[in-house]
Write a protein that binds this ligand. Structure first.
Ligand code: FAD
Ligand code: SF4
Length: 524
C-alpha cells in the first residue's frame, strides 16, 4: 500500500499552498516558490468533485492517480505535503470545509493557489479570505501561452471573437511556423483545413497509441474508485492515460513519431471501432498540466523542420494547441460565470438515456457513445458532429448536454468543456464560439465514416420508419429556427432549401422528427 503524506504535526505554516487536481504543473509559481521547511502543500480528494456532475470512473481515477504521483514526488523532494485521500475518515468531501480543517491544523499566514479552471471553484477560492480571515493569493496560471489579461485585451472592442484572427496573432507573437520576416506564414498560407478533410477509407490501420502500464498507485486508485463510486458511469478496464509528466512526454514522443504525419488528412475522419485514428490523446495530459503546450508545439514544428511530417499535419496540430485551446480558454473567462447556463436557442428536451448506455440502433451513436463509456474519450468530430449534433438537432437542454460532456471525458475541465459544448456544439451562447450552428444531417456522417454501412437506418431517406433520424431532426431544427437564423448570412444558402419546401414536406419532416424525439426520450 502506498503511503500518502498526511501532516498532523500542527507546526505553524508560513504559506498554505493549495493544489487542485488539474494544477499538477511542477513549474507553477506557488510550487516553485515553496519553502520546504515553512510551507505546507495541501491536496484533497473530495467526492464533491466526482459527483456534482456524474463523472466517468476513468476521469476520477485519472485525476486521483495523477494527484497522488504529484504528492509523492513533492514529499520525496522534502516538501511538507498534507494529502487528504478519498477514504480518509476525516475527509468532509468538499474543498471549502477541507481548507477550513487545514487552516485550523496548520495556522498559515496566507493561502496560495494557481488560478482555478472553473468559475464555480474561483467563487469558492474568493470566499476563503473572509471565511478564514487569512489573506489569499491567486497566482496566474503560467501553463498557457496567453494570460487572461492578454486575451481580455485582444478581445476587448471586437464585435465578434474569431478563432482565425486570434490564431494568426498567436503565430506571429510566438514566432511559430513563420517565415524570417515574422509576418508571413511558412508555406504562405495560414490554414490547411481544406487538405485536412479526408475520409479514412484507403489508409492502413493506424498504429496503436502508447498506453502506460498502470503502476501500484494507479492500481490502488482504480480499486478505490470501483469500490467507492460503483454507480458512476463508464468502465475502468481500459484505463490508458498518462499520470506523470514522464508518461505524458512519452505519449507525445509516440504521437510525433508514429501519428503526426497523418494527423492532418484524417483529422475529421471516423471509423467503426477506431476511436483514436491519428489523434494525439494528449488533451488530458495538457489539462492536468502534466504536459506543457509549448513542448507539444515545439516538438511538432521540430518534426516539420526535420522533414518527418508534412506542413498540413503540423499546422493542423499547432492550430489545435496554439489556436483553439487558448482561444476556448480565453472565451470561457471573458463570458462570465453564467456561461454554463446559457440557452440561446431555448432548447428544453431531455438528454436521451442512450448517452449513458450506448443502447441504440443508430450505428454511429452506438459506436461513439461506446467509445466514451470504454475510454472516457472520443476525438473532436464524434464529440461535435455525432453526439453533440444529435443533441443539438433533437433540441436537448444544453445544460444537460454540458453536464454530460463535463462528466464523461477524461480531459473535461470546465474552461475547456463549457465553451466547446455550450458554445461550439450546442450554439447556446448566441454565437460567441461559432458564427453558425454545427448542425448536420446523416449525409455528413456518411461522408466522414463507415457507420452508415452497418446501420439499420437508411441515410438516404428523410422520413419513414427506416429513415436516418439525423435527417428529419436536421430539417426540423432548421424549420423550427428559421426566423432566428434568417439574419445570419452564413445560414442563407441552407435556409433557401427550407424556404423551397411546400407545406406538405414541412409537416412530414416535423412529424417524423417529433416521432424521433419521442423515441429517443427527448420529449415525453
Ligand atoms: P487532438 O485532435 O490530437 O488535438 C491536439 C490537442 O489540441 C488536444 O489534445 C487539445 O489539447 C487541443 N484541442 C484541440 N481542439 C480543442 C478545442 N476545441 N478546445 C480545447 N482544446 C483543443 N477538449 C478538452 O480538452 N476538454 C474538454 O472537456 C473538451 N470537451 C469538448 C466537448 C465538445 C462538445 C467538443 C466538440 C470538443 C471538446 N473538446 C474538449 C475539444 C477536443 O474535442 C478535444 O480537445 C480533443 O478531441 C482531445 O483529443 P486529442 O488529445 O486526441 O486531440
Ligand atoms: Fe447514423 Fe443515420 Fe448513418 Fe445510421 S444512417 S449510422 S443513424 S447517420
Amino acid at each position: 500500500m502506498t503511503a500518502f503524506p498526511s501532516l498532523n504535526d500542527r507546526k505553524k505554516a508560513r504559506r498554505l499552498v493549495v493544489v487542485l487536481g488539474d494544477q499538477l504543473d511542477r513549474n507553477a509559481a506557488p510550487i516553485v516558490e515553496i519553502d520546504k521547511d515553512r510551507d505546507v502543500v495541501l491536496m484533497m480528494e473530495v467526492e464533491e468533485e466526482s459527483t456534482h456532475v456524474p463523472s466517468h470512473k476513468q476521469r476520477t481515477a485519472l485525476f486521483l492517480s495523477a494527484m497522488r504521483h504529484f504528492a509523492v514526488e513533492l514529499a520525496e523532494s522534502g516538501a511538507r505535503v498534507d494529502y487528504v485521500t478519498l477514504d480518509d475518515p476525516r475527509n468532509s468531501h468538499a474543498f471549502t470545509t477541507e481548507i477550513e480543517r487545514a487552516v485550523r491544523t496548520h495556522k498559515p499566514e496566507s493561502i496560495h493557489c494557481t488560478h482555478p479552471g472553473e468559475w464555480r471553484v474561483l467563487g469558492m477560492v474568493e470566499s476563503w479570505r473572509d471565511r478564514f480571515g487569512v489573506p489569499v493569493e491567486v497566482h496566474e496560471d503560467g501553463h498557457f501561452f496567453t494570460t487572461l489579461d492578454a486575451f481580455g485585451s485582444w478581445a476587448s472592442g471586437r464585435k465578434s471573437l474569431t478563432l482565425e484572427y486570434f490564431y494568426r496573432d498567436q503565430r506571429k507573437k510566438h514566432g511559430v511556423l513563420m517565415q524570417p520576416d515574422g509576418k508571413t506564414p511558412v508555406g504562405d498560407v495560414w490554414n490547411f483545413d481544406k487538405d485536412n478533410r479526408e475520409a479514412f477509407k484507403r489508409t492502413p490501420r493506424p498504429p496503436e497509441p502508447y498506453a502506460p502500464r498502470p503502476d501500484e498507485i494507479t492500481n490502488e486508485v482504480l480499486d478505490l474508485v470501483e469500490s467507492r463510486l460503483p454507480k458512476n458511469p463508464g468502465e475502468l478496464g481500459s484505463f490508458r492515460w498518462p499520470v506523470t509528466p514522464d508518461e505524458a512526454r512519452r505519449a507525445l514522443d509516440d504521437f510525433i513519431e508514429h501519428r503526426l504525419a497523418r494527423f492532418g488528412p484524417y483529422e475529421d475522419a471516423m471509423w467503426t471501432e477506431q476511436p483514436f485514428l491519428y489523434h494525439s490523446l494528449l488533451s488530458s495530459s495538457g489539462n492536468l498540466k502534466l504536459l506543457d503546450p509549448r513542448e507539444a508545439v515545439r516538438r511538432a514544428v521540430g518534426a516539420y523542420e526535420a522533414g518527418a511530417a508534412p506542413l498540413n499535419s503540423v499546422e493542423g496540430f499547432v492550430r489545435q494547441w496554439l489556436g483553439w485551446r487558448e482561444f476556448i480558454r480565453g472565451v470561457y473567462w471573458t463570458q462570465g460565470p453564467g456561461y454554463p447556463n446559457r440557452n440561446g436557442l431555448g432548447h428544453r428536451g431531455r438528454l436521451p438515456e442512450l448517452y449513458w448506455t450506448a443502447d441504440t440502433d443508430m450505428a454511429c451513436m452506438r459506436d461513439c457513445v461506446s467509445q466514451v463509456l470504454e475510454h472516457g474519450y472520443a476525438h473532436h468530430i464524434p464529440r461535435l458532429m455525432v453526439m453533440g449534433n444529435l443533441a443539438l438537432i433533437a433540441r436537448v437542454d444544453p445544460r444537460e448536454v454540458g453536464d454530460w460532456y463535463l462528466g464523461m471525458f477524461v480531459d473535461a475541465v470546465d474552461w475547456a468543456s463549457c465553451p466547446n459544448t455550450i458554445g461550439m456544439s450546442q450554439h447556446a451562447d448566441h454565437g460567441v464560439v461559432g458564427t453558425k450552428p454545427y448542425a448536420a444531417s446523416g449525409k455528413y456522417i456518411a461522408r466522414m465514416s463507415n457507420y452508415c454501412e452497418h446501420c439499420r437506418y437508411d441515410v438516404k431517406q428523410r422520413t419513414g420508419v427506416d429513415a436516418c433520424p439525423f435527417n428529419s431532426l436536421y430539417w426540423d431544427f432548421l424549420i423550427h429556427h428559421e426566423d432566428r437564423f434568417k439574419p445570419n448570412n452564413r445560414m442563407a444558402m441552407i435556409l433557401k432549401n427550407v424556404k423551397r419546401m411546400n407545406e406538405f414536406q414541412r409537416v412530414e419532416l416535423t412529424s417524423s422528427a417529433k416521432n424521433a424525439r419521442e423515441r429517443l426520450g427527448v420529449i415525453g
